[in-house]
Write a protein that binds this ligand. Structure first.
Ligand code: ZN
Length: 340
């Protein structure tokens, strides 16, 4: 089958690799309908994370089940499925507590790669959710978004305790940040402040429910959030970048007693214990437990109540994966969909 393979920083090639097979009786093999490039794929692409030899890329996916192992009960061949970017058994104590992305048997799908024609999905029962029927073609981007960026933005908003009567600030205007805006709106937030200096992204944030846009960053961004919130800071802040500056901006923007949901994959962030102590904020984050939210998110998409697929502003065939990476690396695209 064809798959996008990273050979060295900046070098993605679509080439033939072995077809996946059922290895464990709890596996499924799916034929991808669509996949995409994630902001986190850019870390190894840019050489920030080291690359060890040629590695198949990708961890977001939707598609049709082709084959299941003997012990798979909840999905069957022919069904259209959405799965999390982390495979989880769905039965361990951590999964049952709502944290399947830290399942004791978890498998990060990035270790398998889903920018490909087919993929093996471990723990199919715990990982995959079937849609009610085969989806209309125009729903595919939104269902694909649920696999990671929507689920991650949603978790960011939940972890930040976005809800009625609360002011939510979102640091980061990538797909996750934009969908955290959407999530905060669905969760009933009263005011949603998107931090962005990019016009097209500001517009999408407004369409997703942002009531205010802040273009300043760093200390100036924090000062602006304080100014908009009577000097107190936001009740809820979603951090969707993962850098030192964005974490400091997020914590600094939250009021005492407020909540920060941090879902940007952290790279070289070092926080001052003293600053944390005096910030008096709740911190909750990490790899999003997307599987927890999938049934609800699929339902909202199926009923056309949300349209998260709008974050895809570039759509290319899998064969042009290299261009998809370049476009995202150069910030010409918010998020690139690859049709298979
Ligand atoms: Zn588990």
């Amino acid at each position: 089958m064809r798959a996008a393979v990273l050979h060295a920083p900046g070098e993605v090639r679509v080439e033939e690799i072995d077809d996946p097979e059922i290895i464990e009786p709890t596996d499924a093999v799916i034929r991808l309908t669509a996949t995409c490039v994630c902001g986190s794929d850019l870390w190894p692409y840019r050489g920030v994370e080291s690359v060890d030899g040629p590695v198949p890329m990708g961890h977001e996916y939707v598609g049709v089940v082709e084959e299941v192992g003997d012990q798979v009960r909840t999905v069957k061949p022919g069904q259209f499925v959405v799965g999390s970017f982390v495979a989880s058994d769905g039965t361990c104590e951590i999964c049952r507590a709502g944290y399947p992305s830290s399942c004791v048997h978890r498998v990060f799908m990035s270790q398998i790669g889903t920018q490909s024609e087919r993929a093996r999905i471990p723990w199919a029962d715990g990982t995959l959710v079937a849609t009610p029927d085969l989806p209309d073609l125009d729903l595919v981007p939104s269902l694909l978004a649920a696999s990671d960026v929507l689920g991650t933005g949603w978790f960011g908003a939940v972890a930040a305790e976005a809800g009625p009567g609360r002011t939510v600030a979102v640091v980061g205007d990538g797909a996750v940040g934009l969908l955290a805006v959407l999530a905060a709106g669905r969760l009933g937030a009263e005011r949603i402040i998107a931090m962005s200096r990019h016009e097209a992204r500001q517009k999408l944030a407004a369409d997703f429910g942002a009531t205010d846009i802040v273009t300043e960053r760093g200390d100036e961004g924090v000062a602006r959030i304080k100014e908009l919130t009577g000097g107190l800071g936001a009740h809820s802040v979603v951090e969707a970048v993962g850098t030192q500056e964005s974490m400091q901006q997020a914590i600094g923007s939250a009021r005492a007693g407020g909540h920060v949901g941090f879902v940007g994959v952290s790279h070289d962030v070092a926080l001052s214990g003293e600053d944390l102590f005096f910030s008096q904020v709740h911190l909750h984050g990490g790899p999003a437990p997307v599987r927890r939210f999938l049934p609800e998110l699929i339902d909202l998409i199926w009923q056309r109540k949300i349209d998260p697929g709008r974050v895809f502003d570039l759509s290319l065939p899998l064969d042009q994966a290299a261009e998809a990476y370049r476009a995202m690396d150069e910030r010409r695209a918010v998020k690139a969909l690859l049709s298979v």
